[in-house]
Design a protein around this ligand. Structure first.
Ligand code: 6GU
Length: 225
């Protein structure tokens, strides 16, 4: 999968995308992430990317032309399955959307900044709008990093057995069960007996039970429907 990210602040994306699992996904060539500084496509000698909004009011708006110049350049190089705009008024990201995105081949992600982008880009160019939750970030970059991480780890071959996505919270609308490691007893705090039993079926049953319990207690909304 190839993800092209367009941003006025690409530096914000570098660290999260170049460590741990995202780094390995790219080294294995299962995921390619290419950052495009929007300013490279800015207008005039000041490389302008934003301007005052029509109708007045505080805050700048990202202009059509730099964004389109960048997107058209990319579209001339390959076909894209989606052009995503990161915005707090988009559809809230969840595991189902992440699973769907992980099946795509080429995706553009545009990060919003300032007051947002000229609405005409949203009307005519953007095919999908994503938010990562009901709160406001200073820009779309951290949200884009969340999307790439969530989607990237679902690409077949990115995770090994140890990090398998199959047992993640939410993968089957259940929260993950509790986990333990050595020592067996610390300060009188014991690891549940069943996990030491070596009885695989009992262990699987216990984990499933714990998942259900946890979901009922903490996220009953996940069990409805
Ligand atoms: Cl995608 N962008 C911004 N600026 N804030 C957000 C968001 C996105 N998702 C949640 N809050």
């Amino acid at each position: 999968m190839r993800i092209d990210i367009i941003s006025v602040l690409p530096e914000l994306l570098e660290s999260p995308l170049n460590h741990s699992i995202m780094k390995r996904a790219q080294q294995k060539q299962l995921l390619e992430v290419v950052l495009h500084p929007l300013r490279d496509y800015g207008l005039g000698k000041n490389k302008q990317v934003d301007d005052y909004q029509y109708g007045g009011g505080a805050g700048m708006v990202m202009m059509i032309e730099p964004i389109l110049n960048c997107i058209n350049q990319l579209k001339s190089e390959r076909d894209y399955d989606a052009v995503i705009y990161m915005t707090p008024d988009g559809k809230t990201l969840n595991q189902k959307i992440a699973n769907q995105l992980s099946l795509l081949q080429n995706v553009i992600i545009l990060c919003g900044h300032y007051k947002g982008i000229d609405e005409r880009i949203r009307e005519h160019i953007i095919t999908m709008e994503i938010s990562i939750g009901d709160y406001v970030l200073s820009g779309g970059e951290l949200a884009a990093a969340v999307v790439v991480d969530t989607v990237g780890r679902l690409i077949p071959g990115v995770l090994n057995d140890e990090t398998s996505a199959l047992f993640d919270s939410f993968q089957d609308d259940l929260l993950a069960p509790p986990v333990y490691t050595r020592p067996e007893i610390y300060n009188g705090w014991k690891v549940p007996e069943v996990l030491l039993s070596g009885h695989d079926k009992n262990i699987d049953d216990w984990r499933y039970e714990q998942s259900l319990l946890r979901t009922k207690e903490r996220r009953p909304d996940l069990l409805k429907d």
